[in-house]
Write a protein that binds this ligand. Structure first.
Ligand SMILES: Cc1cc2nc3c(=O)[nH]c(=O)nc-3n(C[C@H](O)[C@H](O)[C@H](O)COP(=O)(O)OP(=O)(O)OC[C@H]3O[C@@H](n4cnc5c(N)ncnc54)[C@H](O)[C@@H]3O)c2cc1C
Length: 348
């Protein structure tokens, strides 16, 4: 089959406990843009047990078609049956592009499926565009432009450079995309998609994992990706106990506490509160960076915040390069003073 015969932009619509993950809507938003450039449709692939009812939400967020793989075997995420289901959908429908969220599930599922359908995958993309890709020619030969390629951009070498990658010789072009990076569209109430049910034919081989016990991870109740105000602390906060200063400030402002990776590594806060390249990408209205140096991997996750306020005792800290307002000084003095002043100002 020639590459030109692969058609359509497909998006893996991740759900857990029959609730769609926000990244599914973000991927649909991006998928719609790409599909428009390619003059094609965007299809959501919905895998789970009893999930068909979620198709309407996917339609409202832009899916032209929803392919549903519904089987009791798919109630909880397990690599084998999910990979079999998604690879079977790809083999049957032959999409040109397949996008998966770079969540814990997507980071497992995406590469497994790409290996099965014998194509490449670019992980952790921060930008996706349709464009021309120049193939470097052998000496003495003319180089060739490949048109209408998926140009997949991601940080490389520890975030010190940005690479744009294409997959000109295989289909589908597959990418995992970091949650919080792409924009979902405003939902169109009542929009309908063409819903297709697909049976991947389970066999004992692709059911072979037996679940003995499911242990839910201990998670913070806060969702830092939805918060409008984030009070984020770094190693400079000094201890787990001292995060009380940031919690007090967050409480006065109706905000949420988040942190840098150094804080997670010290065991002061759980990993789902980490902002940055290996944490979450956030875009709050106000981001306080308190005792955070502003390493490139941290900044990658918060630089699109509407307003950044940095507090650091080192006036040369790189965080001041991205901050709209900077306070140089000891956070142990500044933060309580700020909290007290805001309490008075806000009458709390
Ligand atoms: C592949 C890779 C991925 C990574 N991913 C991430 C990521 O997702 N998120 C992330 O955050 N990091 C990430 N990192 C780590 C990153 O490089 C930095 O090491 C980390 O962000 C540093 O955290 P920090 O700013 O809290 O600590 P530090 O760099 O130690 O900075 C502490 C800051 O606090 C200030 N300070 C100290 N005491 C006070 C005080 N009393 N008052 C005011 N200021 C004070 C200091 O001046 C300093 O600027 C990654 C690294 C790699 C290699």
């Amino acid at each position: 089959m020639s590459l030109e015969e692969y058609k359509g932009v497909f998006v893996f619509a991740q759900q857990v406990d029959n609730v769609l993950d926000g990244v599914a809507f973000e991927l649909l938003g991006k998928g719609k843009d790409l599909a428009k450039d390619l003059n094609t449709e965007v299809t959501a692939v919905l895998i789970g047990s009893g999930v068909k009812g979620l198709a309407d939400q996917l339609a409202e967020y832009g899916a032209d078609r929803v392919i549903v793989v519904d089987d009791p075997e798919l109630k909880e995420y397990r690599t084998e049956p999910y990979a079999h289901a998604l690879a079977s959908v790809i083999n049957e429908y032959k999409p040109e592009i397949m996008l998966v969220g770079a969540t814990a599930i997507g980071r497992d599922l995406g590469p497994t499926v790409s290996a099965r359908v014998k194509t490449g995958l670019t992980a952790d993309c921060t930008s996706l565009e349709i464009g021309d890709f120049p193939l470097v020619a052998a000496p003495g030969k003319e180089s060739e432009q490949k048109h209408n390629q998926l140009l997949m951009t991601r940080p490389a070498f520890g975030g010190n450079t940005i690479a744009t990658i294409a997959c000109p010789d295989n289909r589908p072009q597959m990418a995992t995309v970091r949650p919080g990076v792409m924009q979902k569209i405003a939902p169109i109430a009542g929009a309908k998609a063409n819903v297709v049910e697909f049976n991947p034919g389970f066999t004992p081989d692709n059911r072979y994992v037996e679940i003995l016990n499911v242990v839910k991870a201990v998670k913070s109740t806060a969702n830092i990706m939805e918060a409008k105000i984030l009070v984020s602390g770094g190693r400079g906060v000094g201890s787990k106990e001292n995060f009380k200063l940031l919690e007090d400030l967050a409480e006065v402002l109706g905000g949420t506490v988040s942190c840098s990776r150094a804080v997670v590594e010290n065991g002061w806060l759980p990993v789902d509160l980490q902002v940055g390249q290996t944490g979450k990408t956030v875009r709050p209205q106000i981001y306080f960076a308190i005792g955070i140096s502003g390493a490139i991997q941290h900044v990658a996750g918060m630089e699109d915040s509407d307003l950044i306020i940095a507090i650091n005792k080192d006036e040369d800290a790189p965080i001041f390069d991205v901050a709209d307002y900077g306070l140089v000084g000891d956070l142990n003095k500044i933060v309580p003073a700020l909290t007290a002043a805001l309490k008075t100002e806000l009458g709390k």
